[in-house]
Ligand binder design. Structure first.
Ligand SMILES: Nc1ncnc2c1ncn2[C@@H]1O[C@H](COP(=O)(O)OP(=O)(O)OP(=O)(O)O)[C@@H](O)[C@H]1O
Ligand SMILES: [Mg+2]
Length: 380
């Protein structure tokens, strides 16, 4: 299928390979989430980014539909958005994550990029838990090192199940768009990190938690380079499910409770809720708090893994992204549990003018903003 060949090239374009082919300069970043599709278009003028267009397109009831129905819903949302906003740019960068995407840090013997390209499937096979014939592969060379007297390359390998790639392409093409880059959610966030990084920030790596609806993307960025990528399935929907169970209510009611309440972090707040008989507040805090604690346990595992990989490593800060970053007090709760400063991502803080994204929605745009940044960083 010729389409797949195109994808192969595009996935090869992942990060470092992007400069190998000349593409259009403007790309629209499209993050197809299970809860909402996020769209971002920047324009780079005189060294400054302007936010030209953005869209937060919730799937609503279609979020629970079957894959085909959902696909059509996303196509319709995107079509309507491009028409309504009059966006002329049709080239798109998009990202994947979840259990059909594998990111591995692998040391290969030193090869040229072309040699690696031609032997990639063979070299990669031992590291990929899927049938190598059913995946699209991409790689990025991080650095060249000498280990045991041998020259090696530290490489990031990405394998995405072809099914998932094809399905994403079908959505974008169905909406009349041209897929130009396929990235990974956590790597898209790295682009935003580069833009918003405080030059005076203290030591230690930044841990990103992009807490969406079905998946949480965890990544650890050290000196601008992502060193750990892991996806876990404790996320916004897990919280909604916990509330449904606690309150014996439907998903819509549970979402409403989740959005209006949150987790108690201050004992005085909890005491007041007890005294007032605030059963909703107490119930939501308990249900959501348990999910947050499960998340904390997973974060500890990833941090331990990262710390065990070398000396002088530490986590300096945690950045929350994704719609669930807005859960009331989640930042404070995580800071208490993990004993690291926690902030909520503001992914447009570097952009000027344009139409502002409401603060309540902004953290959910981390991936889409990072995707929209791909144009200038990689192709110029
Ligand atoms: N104010 C809020 N309080 C709590 N949760 C919120 C709030 N706003 C949004 N959410 C939750 O954020 C989640 C959606 O976040 P996001 O848009 O990042 O997900 P997604 O990218 O569509 O999903 P995924 O990447 O997991 O497929 C939903 O579970 C939603 O209920
Ligand atoms: Mg998402």
């Amino acid at each position: 299928m010729p389409k797949l060949e195109v994808v192969k090239e595009k996935l090869g374009a992942l990060k470092g390979l992007a400069e190998m082919f000349l593409g259009p300069k403007d790309v629209v970043g499209i993050d197809v989430g299970s809860y909402a599709v996020k769209v971002v278009l920047f324009k780079l003028e005189a060294g400054a980014y302007t936010l030209k267009a953005w869209g937060h397109l919730p799937l609503g009831a279609k979020a629970d539909a079957g894959p085909d129905e959902k696909k059509i819903a996303v196509i319709n949302l995107l079509r309507a958005f491009f028409i309504e906003k009059g966006v002329k740019v049709k080239e798109v960068s998009t990202a994947l994550s979840g259990n059909a995407v594998i990111v591995r840090y692998v040391k290969f013997p030193r090869l040229t990029k072309l040699e690696l390209l031609s032997t990639l499937a063979t070299e990669a096979e031992p590291f990929i838990p899927f049938d190598i014939n059913e995946v699209q592969l991409g790689f990025h060379i991080l650095s060249e090192i000498v280990e045991d007297g041998q020259k090696k390359m530290e490489t990031v390998l990405v394998a995405a199940k072809r099914e998932l790639v094809v399905s994403r392409l079908e959505i974008l093409q169905g909406a009349g768009l041209t897929p130009a880059i396929i990235d990974v959610d956590s790597f898209a966030l790295e682009n935003v990190h580069e833009r918003i990084r405080d030059a005076k920030e203290g030591p230690g790596a930044t841990l990103y938690l992009n807490i969406g609806h079905m998946v949480t993307n965890l990544s650890i960025v050290e000196n601008g380079v992502t060193r750990v990528v892991r996806d876990m399935f404790i996320s916004g929907n897990t919280m909604t499910k916990a509330i449904m169970k606690a309150f014996q209510c439907d998903a819509a009611k549970a979402e409403e409770l989740k959005h209006s309440r949150g987790v108690f972090v201050d004992p005085a707040e909890k005491e007041k809720a007890l005294a007032d008989g605030d059963r909703d507040g107490l119930g939501v805090s308990q249900a959501v708090g348990q999910v947050a604690r499960d998340l904390v346990a997973e974060v500890h595992r990833s941090v331990d893994f990262y710390l065990s990989q070398g000396p002088d490593r530490s986590i300096g800060r945690i950045m929350l992204a994704g719609g669930t970053a807005r859960l009331k007090n989640l930042d404070k709760h995580l800071a208490q549990e993990l004993k690291v400063p926690v902030s909520v991502l503001s992914p447009f803080s570097f952009a000027k003018g344009g139409e502002a994204v409401p603060e309540a929605l902004a953290p959910a745009f981390g991936v889409a903003a990072g995707l929209a940044l791909r144009q200038n960083r990689d192709w110029e």
